[in-house]
Design a protein around this ligand. Structure first.
Ligand SMILES: *[C@@H]1O[C@H](CO)[C@@H](O)[C@H](O)[C@H]1NC(C)=O
Ligand SMILES: *[C@@H]1O[C@H](CO)[C@@H](O)[C@H](O)[C@H]1NC(C)=O
Ligand SMILES: *[C@@H]1O[C@H](CO)[C@@H](O)[C@H](O)[C@H]1NC(C)=O
Ligand SMILES: *[C@@H]1O[C@H](CO)[C@@H](O)[C@H](O)[C@H]1NC(C)=O
Ligand SMILES: *[C@@H]1O[C@H](CO)[C@@H](O)[C@H](O)[C@H]1NC(C)=O
Ligand SMILES: *[C@@H]1O[C@H](CO)[C@@H](O)[C@H](O)[C@H]1NC(C)=O
Ligand SMILES: *[C@@H]1O[C@H](CO)[C@@H](O)[C@H](O)[C@H]1NC(C)=O
Length: 502
């Protein structure tokens, strides 16, 4: 069943910094206001905006509703924690046991992870991550507090991690690298709660949309003095780990989490001496590029001018987007019950990128080994260019373009049949950057076109509607659809109340 998405990411920013800022504009990418700068602006606000009480910041998001007829929520507080001097310290860990409402064998219709946090005083935005059994569930940037305090929350749909949530006892880890000194004294307090909703009665879903049966982390293992992410430091750095896939897997999708920091926090504004503005995360399987992530330029809550992001924060900053790479065409290679190397690199990277992944695997319910083979694979080199027109290396006009195509086709034979899957990515990128006023003003126009198509070759569909009328009331109506071996929709009515009788 082909699925297609063609998001067109567009960023057009005009960044003129506050004229009274103490901010060094010697290089265009030093885009942060100090606490002093922000305090100056806060002090000049009209009285009604002076922060005496806690302010709520928020990211605009689609609200999450459980499917009709669900029961719940069954809510469990997973962690209640303060984060003071936590930078380069081990993540906070706690034992996780599946909530008792999960042990009833109920079918999760919606799982929501709620992160709710507050902070008083002065603090930068900080990056944090939440991992369960080494698999990342949530990554976000914190809100920068105001003098009266700030609070924010994230509700993330984590239904796709249902197998992990139910799997058994494991370790929940949260890393939020915060630093406390005389000026930056804000401590973050956070509560992490899991809300589960269940299907009331056996309601069939298609295997194509149901969560994976197993999630294998592609991250670093505890103990660590950092998050479980890999830290990619430069353009030649490849960070990898070895993973093994069970012999009965029939579908594999790698979900990639990524965030950019320090020299590359504002990668999309970088001039040629900073490796230009193009970045991509490449996914390597035993050294071959099997997929690419062209990240959305998330601006953290304190980025460029923090006042722009108060109280409505920037897209993705409280809940960073993730990216899926379909690895099913490569299952033939992975099904040899040996370990394979899954790695990440970042094209043109400067220090540093935090990258890790979750390998979502769907397993043949019959438990018998599946087999597979790669039919075709084509991943030509990235093409791209940078042009620069600048006299002093700061002010000027910079243009960058990039293009990449990756495609792979492979078959997997399981109890579902012998199914051929194609994964094709077509990516293009254009960035123009006009820098003026000795680097204090930049106009960026960046467009990323990302097309990813997943096509399953051997797919068939059946839709049947039966309507048996009976004068004695024993009528029966059934409306059922299947795709491949999956029953997609099944509606049956035994009593026919309200249906027309023949
Ligand atoms: C976390 O939960 C505790 C206990 O219910 C509550 O006192 C505290 O205010 C909560 N903190 C946040 C940030 O919601
Ligand atoms: C999981 O942890 C709970 C709570 O600590 C404990 O009661 C239970 O015995 C553990 N289960 C297993 C299978 O280890
Ligand atoms: C790139 O980063 C890796 C990992 O930290 C390091 O081993 C390597 O020396 C770095 N290369 C360059 C050119 O800085
Ligand atoms: C990718 O494919 C498109 C057409 O589908 C083509 O225009 C473009 O040049 C290709 N790019 C690369 C780097 O192969
Ligand atoms: C599955 O189909 C592919 C392509 O049609 C074929 O090459 C392969 O031999 C088939 N595998 C099995 C086990 O039937
Ligand atoms: C930004 O770039 C896109 C694609 O190159 C172009 O269509 C658009 O007109 C540009 N917008 C501005 C304001 O320059
Ligand atoms: C069968 O169910 C589908 C999916 O809900 C619906 O679109 C269709 O109208 C139904 N057909 C009949 C005859 O009830």
């Amino acid at each position: 069943m082909p699925t297609s998405s063609a998001p067109r990411l567009f960023l057009l920013c005009f960044f003129a910094l506050l004229s009274h800022s103490h901010f060094s504009a010697a290089r265009p990418h030093h885009l942060r206001l100090s606490a002093e700068d922000v305090a100056t602006v806060e002090a000049a606000l009209p009285a009604r905006h002076l922060a005496k009480a806690k302010t709520t910041f928020f990211e605009v998001n689609r609200p999450l509703h459980p499917p009709r007829g669900s029961s719940g929520p069954c809510s469990t507080l997973l962690l209640s924690q303060s984060f003071a001097l936590t930078l380069n310290k081990p993540p906070v860990t706690t034992a996780y046991s599946p909530p008792s409402c999960l042990s009833g064998g109920g079918d999760v219709s919606l799982a929501v992870l709620e992160w709710r946090a507050d902070c008083h005083g002065v603090q930068y935005d900080r990056i944090f991550g939440v991992w369960l059994g080494g698999a990342e569930l949530l990554r976000g940037s914190t809100a920068e507090p105001r003098p009266g305090g700030v609070t924010w929350s994230v509700h993330k749909d984590v239904t796709k991690y249902a197998s992990l949530l139910a799997a058994g006892n494991s370790t929940l880890a949260v890393y939020l690298g915060n630093l406390i000194d005389d000026t930056y004294n804000g401590v973050y307090y956070a509560n992490l709660t899991l809300h589960l909703y269940f299907r009331r009665k056996a309601q069939l879903t298609s295997a194509d949309s149901s969560p994976a049966d197993l999630i294998v982390p592609v991250s670093r293992s505890l103990p660590l003095d950092d998050g479980l992410w890999f830290v990619v430091q430069n353009k030649t750095d490849v960070e990898s780990t070895r993973v093994a896939v069970p012999a009965n897997a029939y579908r594999a999708v790698l979900e990639v989490y990524v965030s950019s920091h320090y020299s590359d926090e504002f990668w999309y504004m970088n001039t040629p001496d900073q490796n230009g503005p193009f970045r991509e995360v490449t996914v390597l399987l035993d050294g071959d590029v099997v997929g690419a992530v062209w990240p959305f330029p998330v601006i953290y809550a304190g980025g460029i001018n923090p006042l722009i992001w108060r109280p409505i924060t920037s897209i993705g900053s409280f809940n960073l987007p993730t990216y899926d790479i379909e690895l099913t065409p490569f299952l033939g290679k992975l099904l040899d019950s040996k370990e394979h190397e899954v790695g990440f690199a970042v094209t043109n990277a400067q220090n540093s990128w935090y990258v890790n992944g979750n390998l979502h695997l769907w397993l043949d319910p019959k438990g018998s080994p599946t087999t597979g083979g790669l039919i075709s694979y084509d991943a030509p080199k990235l093409s791209g260019s940078i042009t620069a027109h600048s006299v002093d290396g700061i002010d000027g006009e910079y243009q960058a373009t990039a293009s990449r195509n990756i495609s792979a086709t492979g078959w997997v034979s399981s109890s579902r049949g012998n199914i051929t899957t194609t994964f094709a990515q077509r990516l293009s990128f254009a960035n123009s950057n006009v820098v003026s006023n000795k680097g204090s003003s930049q106009v960026i126009n960046q467009t990323t076109d990302a097309h990813a198509d997943v096509g399953g070759g051997a797919s068939w569909r059946m839709h049947q509607v039966y309507n048996y009328g009976a004068s004695n009331g024993g009528c029966y109506l059934r409306n059922v659809t299947s795709v491949g071996y999956d029953v997609l929709f099944d509606h049956n009515v035994a009593s026919c109340t309200g249906t027309r009788r023949r």
